[in-house]
Design a protein around this ligand. Structure first.
Ligand SMILES: NC(=O)c1ccc[n+]([C@@H]2O[C@H](COP(=O)([O-])OP(=O)(O)OC[C@H]3O[C@@H](n4cnc5c(N)ncnc54)[C@H](O)[C@@H]3O)[C@@H](O)[C@H]2O)c1
Length: 311
């Protein structure tokens, strides 16, 4: 009887919590970012893939917010340009050349960062690559590299910087995944699988932090549709009014806003929340029909990418 009463009590508490957090989420949707934003001035932000695209744009936005930037990229020239733009905003910015497909390189450079600067407060796992080929045309080495950069690198950077966050109960891990990490896409087997991995990593890490009571260590997973940075050059959308190709500035600003508000997951554009919810309840054949109708299944047909298709 006592067990039964305990279960009833737990169930009532659970229902009340669900109602509370659901209402809170709805209310916060309408509260401007400026009213919810945490103060991150003076914090150290490490961004991987900072040498171009949204990595550069997020770096500059963090610089404007008064952060100290640690910029990682395989391309030193692009990275230096990002540092120049951050410094122009009055921020301190240090560049490190690192190949994120190599675990030893990540650990070596992480050690340098800890010696030069100290702990990292916000870690943005942003660097990503895409082959853009059909599965049977992608070389084994390219598949491996895609996972190394898009998924495994997140594990190694977190192994390097998360322990200090956990110890201080202060920090934020941002994993830039993709809407392709929530829905498989024709022509993106390796990329989608690697991004599903990144989404799973983030979600599990979030539960781990919650269950350890580390309420000061936040995570944000980012799942955007195509962004016009050049990475997915040539990709098309059939319904731009519903699923627009995102502007890099818009995407970068929305991601930083989400970090400021400790938002756990952000999907861009908003219309995709509806599609992702739908995916869980419709038959798979209906999903195929919708993907074809809305153009997702042909979106990669004219893919060129930043450097053309990589075989
Ligand atoms: N562009 C899009 O349409 C889109 C859509 C959804 C998600 N994303 C994701 O957003 C993130 C940023 O995308 P973007 O469009 O800005 O990409 P981008 O190609 O413009 O920039 C990627 C950066 O990562 C760096 N990089 C690549 N391989 C590296 C390696 N091995 N080591 C270190 N640095 C490396 C590149 O030099 C570059 O500076 C990626 O994770 C991408 O998968 C992009």
């Amino acid at each position: 009887m006592a067990d039964y009463m305990e279960l009833v009590k737990e169930t009532i508490l659970m229902i009340l919590s669900i109602i509370y957090y659901w209402l809170k989420a709805i209310v916060l949707t309408f509260v401007p970012t400026s009213l919810q934003a945490k103060d991150i001035s003076g914090e150290t932000v490490l961004i991987t893939g900072a040498g171009c695209g949204i990595g550069r744009l997020m770096s500059v936005r963090f610089a404007k917010l008064g952060c100290r930037l640690v910029l990682w990229d395989i391309d030193p020239k692009g990275n230096e340009e990002t540092a120049r733009q951050c410094k122009a905003e009055g921020a301190s910015a240090r560049t490190y050349t690192v190949d994120l497909s190599k675990r030893e390189d990540i650990y070596r450079v992480a050690g340098e960062v800890k010696q030069d600067i100290g702990d990292v407060d916000i870690l943005v796992n942003n660097a990503g690559i895409v082959s853009g080929n059909k599965f049977l045309k992608i070389s084994d080495s390219m598949i491996q590299k895609t996972f190394e950069v898009n998924t495994l690198a997140h594990f190694w950077t977190c192994k390097a910087f998360l322990p200090a966050m956990v110890e201080r109960n202060h920090g934020h891990v941002v994993n830039i995944a993709s809407s392709a990490g929530l829905l498989g896409v024709n022509g993106l087997c390796d990329y989608c699988a690697s991004k599903f991995g990144a989404v799973g990593f983030d979600e599990s890490l979030r539960f781990e932090m919650e269950m350890q009571g580390k309420d000061g260590v936040h995570t944000t997973v980012v799942c955007p549709f195509y962004i016009s940075t050049g990475m997915f050059a040539g990709c098309k959308t059939r319904v731009p009014w519903l699923l627009p190709i995102l502007k890099p500035d818009f995407a970068a600003n929305r991601i930083v806003d989400a970090v400021l508000c400790n938002q756990k997951m952000i999907i861009l554009p908003r219309s995709l929340y509806f599609f992702m919810g739908l995916k869980g309840i419709i038959p798979t054949k209906v999903l195929s029909i919708l993907c074809l109708y809305f153009g997702a299944s042909n979106s990669m047909d004219e893919f060129k990418g930043r450097d053309g298709k990589q075989d």
